[in-house]
Write a protein that binds this ligand. Structure first.
Ligand SMILES: Nc1ncnc2c1ncn2[C@@H]1O[C@H](COP(=O)(O)OP(=O)(O)OP(=O)(O)O)[C@@H](O)[C@H]1O
Ligand SMILES: [Mg+2]
Length: 236
């Protein structure tokens, strides 16, 4: 059985419809890559899954066999979903450690503790007392990932981790995600960089204009197929 299964998901901002009949499924232990150009609806979908989209939501979102409520982010966290949001959204006035401790208090209990997060990202221990805003972009992304892990998710959703980061930093961050996954956490990873998404994922889904336009095994989809779906240039 799938861990996450979406069927006919629609989401609106007021009258504007951003998602149209979105369906996808993700198995336990899997990494699913979600790609698509600017405005395709990737972030809207991620927020919708974790109950954090404010507008109207329709359709079925099933997690571990049960229906996810549409607008209850705390319930989603309790069930084992955690989002690393686009742009990180750290508490700017708090230190690294304070950001993490808040998450540790609020989250589910499990193997991910502050000590384990500091083991995964040793630099966060070194900079524990610094305001989160004084860290580099990559280090801030580590805080954001650590914060999500502290809720001990079964499914970690990551929205454009690599945005604005240097290639070497991106490589480090994805290597850490591999470790997270090897300890049993499933992953849903949004990327604008198709090749990066393909490298980390088992399956790839491509969205365009609020719809899923291609999905398949990351190994089997050709670069040409993905590019055509991404830009909407596929043959009719
Ligand atoms: N707060 C909002 N109010 C109104 N429309 C919005 C809002 N946020 C997003 N949209 C619209 O919804 C659509 C999907 O946006 P979304 O941010 O989900 O795309 P995305 O695939 O994450 O894009 P990006 O790659 O730029 O992050 C776009 O047309 C966008 O303009
Ligand atoms: Mg986005």
């Amino acid at each position: 059985m799938s861990l996450l299964e979406l069927e006919g998901v629609e989401a609106f901002y007021g009258d504007f419809q951003a998602l149209f009949g979105v369906g996808l499924s993700l198995d336990e232990g899997e990494c699913l890559g979600l790609v698509g150009s600017n405005g395709a609806g990737k972030s809207t979908l991620m927020r919708t899954i974790v109950g954090a989209h404010d507008g109207v939501v329709r359709g079925h979102l099933r997690f571990d066999g049960g229906e996810l409520p549409h607008h209850e982010p705390h319930k989603a966290v309790g069930l084992g979903l955690a989002l690393v949001p686009e742009g990180r959204k750290l508490f700017r006035s708090l230190t690294v450690e304070e950001n993490l401790l808040l998450a540790e208090e609020a989250g589910r209990k499990g193997q991910w503790t502050l000590a384990r997060v500091n083991e995964l990202f040793p630099i966060l221990k070194e900079f524990a007392k610094r305001p989160a805003t004084r860290l580099s972009g990559g280090q801030q992304q580590m805080v954001a990932i650590g914060r999500a892990l502290l809720s001990n998710p079964r499914l970690l959703l990551c929205d454009e981790l690599s945005l604005g980061l240097a290639p070497i930093v991106i490589k480090d961050i994805y290597a850490s995600l591999e470790k997270v996954r090897s300890e049993g956490t499933s992953l849903l990873v949004v990327e604008q960089d198709v090749e990066a998404a393909r490298r980390v994922s088992d399956h790839l889904v491509c969205m365009r204009s609020g719809r899923v336009v291609l999905s398949g095994s990351s190994d089997e989809l050709s670069a040409g197929q993905v590019t055509a779906a991404y830009f909407g240039t596929e043959a009719a």
